[in-house]
Every structure is written in structure tokens, then in C-alpha cells.
Design a protein around this ligand. Structure first.
Ligand SMILES: Nc1nc2c(ncn2[C@@H]2O[C@H](COP(=O)(O)OP(=O)(O)OP(=O)(O)O)[C@@H](O)[C@H]2O)c(=O)[nH]1
Ligand SMILES: [Mg+2]
Length: 419
């Protein structure tokens, strides 16, 4: 069952999945009056797909949702909640997401109108719906539709992935970046208290500062660290030691937020920090901070370019989340909380053996099949036995697994075995 606000592209998506023009699409909001049903192929499995009218809370249409939602949601095998890249999260989206969650069927959030790879990062903004990361697709351009079909099939069969929801110890999130980028300010904003010292002069934070908080219902320890400069820029022994401790704090961290200052060009030092992060296996998110200092309109224009650039520069972790934040205006702080929670969730991903075998099924193989087994979570760890003569290595396998199971920003550990 497809739900979403008017004009997000539900009918285009429905048509694309069904494969014929069964629903009328129109740029005028609210075109689908009732709902349409048709058979669609979800990765080899025929499913009955329902397209519903766009939902507007409040007013007369609000009543219609109540009616539709009660009638359809309760008997839907799975729900696809569609949002649109070019719209901002709205109270209606939240209300709809809550209604869907309450109804109980498995649900997948889909961010439509991601017409090019540069658009995909915006889909992270939608994790605030509490439905996990939204899958970026373009129904009009036929982008990522095969992945969507696979996800629908997975939703309808026994769940392919069962994220571990309970963690005995708090998750650990660390803020890392060059001096003065606003790490302590973001740390305070996330904790909602003035915990760490903020100052206009660089080199303010020395000892790592730990603050406990709850994000999306789970316990977290957040760690603020000293700004890390280029090695040769540090003369002072105390500052050197502070920076070494900042990097050591990476050990055992579950999620790292690399903080960059939007008003300062990306430096080689930032790349070094990204590779330090990659080496220690936390999940990665990038916060482009001080967005309040940009002219109005500039952030929306800049974000897709920045995202594409960063993904190219740090290719190790797939399409990790990138978001714009301001510790001053508070913009992006709720989204950052959601991103942290989502990454932690993904870190605990457990893939069923069937789903794993299914994924490796179409990998190039000179003869025998690939043998895959998940041996651990947190981060997801897989033992892999390649077919004899296979020319593909760890990078190929980890990228494929990351794509197949949506592990963007999440390190995938591969242990290479032999027959
Ligand atoms: N305009 C604006 N200023 C910010 C923002 N975040 C931080 N600042 C300012 O940037 C300066 C440095 O902030 P801090 O939070 O101390 O930066 P830091 O990264 O912790 O710095 P070190 O601990 O010295 O490495 C302060 O003057 C902050 O007020 C922001 O989002 N917007
Ligand atoms: Mg600081």
C-alpha cells in the first residue's frame, strides 16, 4: 500500500511498479480520488499494490484519511510511505507516519524525485519520520526502482533484516573535526545544556568531554573532543597530547560525526580525519556546521553539490549521511539526532542467511557460488568465500552488501575465507 501527501509522486511510483498507466498522474495536488489496486512484480513475487489519494490532515480530507487509513492500513501487508525530495518535512508527514506506525504493518519510507545521485542525501532529512532512512528513488526517471522492488519483497516475506534494538551499554557517538568548527557548540546543542566550553578562539576543548543523553529512546554517551590540526601546525606539547587523545577516543566509538565549517574550504586535514575514522570502524556522518552564516537560498543550492563532493572524496562508506547544521539557529540538530540513532540501528543489522544468499546470487562467478555468512553485528561482519578464480575482492563485496542492505555510512567488515 502506497501512502503519502499530495503530489509526492505516489501515482507515478505506482505506475512504475505496476508497469502500465493504471493510475492517472497529474501535477495538480489530490488527483487520485479514491484508491487504485493492481498487481506488481516485486523482485519475482507478485504483490497486490494499492495507490491511495494524497493525504492532507485537517479539513474535510483529513476525515477521509481516517477512513482510508483504518480500512486499508489495517489489512495492508506492508506500507510504502512516499515523501518528496523537493518538499520539506511537514506536520502532515509526521501525523501520517504515526498513523502508519500505529497500524502495525512493516513500513518503508521512500524519498521520491531523487532524479540524480546528488539528490540522494536529502533523503536523510526524512529519517526524522522515525521510519528509518528513506530510500531515495525517482519514479519518473526509474532510479533505484529495482532496489525498491527488492525492499518491498523483503518487507512482505519474513523480515530480511532484524536490527538489534537493545544495547546493554550506551551507544557512543563522537564529534571530531578541526579546531573552531563548532564541535563543542553542537555537542551542547545535542545535549541541550551548556556542557562543554565554547569560545571564539581555537583550541578551547582539551580533554574529551563525555555527556550522557537519550536519542530516539536509546542511551548514548556523546564525546566532544579537541580540534585536530595538521601535525606540523602543533608546536605545543599539551595541544599535541590533547589531539592524540581526541583520536584515541575514536576507539570503541559506534558513530563518528565529522564536523566541518561550511565557511571554510575542505582541507587535506579533513580527509585525514575521515581516514582515521574509517580505520577505527565507527559509522560516519558529516555535519556541515555554521549554516546560519550562509545567505538565504544558498544552503539548498549547496547541499547536493557538497554531498556529491564528499561522497567522492571519502569513498569508503557509501552514501554516508551529510547534513547542514547550526548550533546557533538549531537548524539540523533534530536531524542530526535522527541520523545518529539511524546509524546505530543500522550498525546492529542482522541479515538473514536467505537474504544473504539471494544477494550473492547475481554476483559474477566463474563457477561455484559465493558463500556468505554473517558472523557479527556492530559493525556488521561477514565471512566470505569467493568462487575459485573470482577476480573480485573485499571492496566489491562490501560495496555490494552495503547497497543491498542499505548500510550507508556503516562500516562492513569482511573476513575472507577459503574453501
Ligand atoms: N555562526 C555560527 N557560529 C558557530 C556555530 N557553531 C559554533 N560557532 C562559533 O564558532 C566558535 C567555535 O565554536 P566551538 O564550539 O568552541 O568550536 P570547537 O570546534 O569546539 O573548537 P575547539 O574546541 O577549539 O576545537 C565559537 O565562537 C562559536 O560560537 C554555528 O553553527 N554558527
Ligand atoms: Mg571545543
Amino acid at each position: 500500500m502506497i501512502v503519502g501527501r499530495p503530489n509526492v509522486g505516489k501515482s507515478t511510483l505506482f505506475n512504475r511498479l505496476v508497469g502500465e498507466a493504471a493510475a492517472i498522474t497529474s501535477p495538480i495536488a489530490g488527483t487520485t480520488r479514491d484508491w487504485l489496486e493492481a498487481e506488481a512484480d516485486a523482485d519475482g513475487q507478485m504483490v497486490r499494490l494499492a495507490d491511495t489519494g494524497g493525504w492532507n490532515a485537517g479539513g474535510a480530507v483529513g476525515d477521509r484519511l481516517d477512513e482510508l487509513v483504518r480500512r486499508l492500513l489495517s489489512r495492508a501487508g506492508a506500507v510504502i510511505m512516499v515523501v518528496s525530495r523537493d518538499m520539506n518535512p511537514h506536520a502532515d508527514d509526521m501525523a501520517l507516519a504515526n498513523a502508519v506506525r500505529k497500524a502495525g504493518p512493516p513500513v518503508l519510507a521512500v524519498c521520491n524525485k531523487c532524479d540524480q545521485p546528488g539528490h540522494d542525501a536529502v533523503s536523510w532529512e526524512w529519517s526524522r519520520l522515525g521510519l528509518g532512512a528513506a530510500l531515495p528513488v525517482s519514479a519518473a526517471r526509474n532510479r533505484n526502482m529495482a532496489e525498491l522492488r527488492r525492499r518491498i519483497a523483503a518487507l512482505l516475506s519474513s523480515p530480511a533484516t532484524e536490527p538489534e534494538t537493545r544495547h546493554a551499554k550506551p551507544a557512543r557517538g563522537i564529534l571530531l573535526g578541526q579546531p573552531n568548527v563548532g564541535k563543542s557548540s553542537l555537542f551542547n546543542a545535542l545535549l541541550e545544556e551548556e556542557r562543554s566550553l565554547v569560545d571564539a578562539a581555537p583550541g578551547t576543548t582539551r580533554d574529551p568531554v563525555v555527556g550522557a543523553t537519550i536519542l530516539a529512546g536509546s542511551r548514548w554517551d556523546l564525546v566532544d573532543t579537541a580540534g585536530v590540526t595538521r601535525r606540523r601546525d602543533t608546536e605545543d606539547a599539551i595541544a599535541k597530547d590533547a589531539q592524540a587523545r581526541a583520536l584515541r577516543s575514536l576507539q570503541g566509538s559506534d558513530v563518528a560525526v565529522l564536523v566541518l565549517d561550511l565557511t571554510v574550504p575542505l582541507a587535506r586535514q579533513d580527509l585525514r580525519l575521515a581516514s582515521e575514522i574509517e580505520a577505527e570502524f565507527p559509522c560516519l556522518a558529516v555535519a556541515l556546521n555554521k549554516v546560519d552564516l550562509l545567505e538565504p537560498g544558498r544552503p539548498a543550492e549547496l547541499l547536493p553539490k557538497a554531498v556529491e563532493f564528499l561522497h567522492k572524496r571519502f569513498p569508503g562508506l557509501g552514501r554516508f549521511p551529510v547534513l547542514m547544521t547550526s548550533a546557533v539557529s538549531g537548524e539540523g540538530i533534530p536531524a542530526l539526532r535522527h541520523v545518529l540513532a539511524d546509524l546505530m540501528h543500522l550498525r546492529g543489522t542482522h541479515v538473514s542467511p536467505q537474504a544473504l544468499a539471494g544477494t550473492a546470487h547475481d554476483w559474477p562467478s566463474p563457477g561455484k557460488a559465493w558463500l556468505l555468512r554473517q558472523t557479527g553485528t556492530n559493525p556488521p561482519t561477514f565471512s566470505v568465500v569467493a568462487p575459485p578464480g573470482a577476480k573480485l575482492g573485499v571492496r566489491f563485496v562490501s560495496n555490494r552488501l552495503r547497497e543491498a542492505f542499505g548500510l550507508h555510512g556503516v562500516p562492513v567488515r569482511i573476513r575472507w575465507g577459503h574453501r
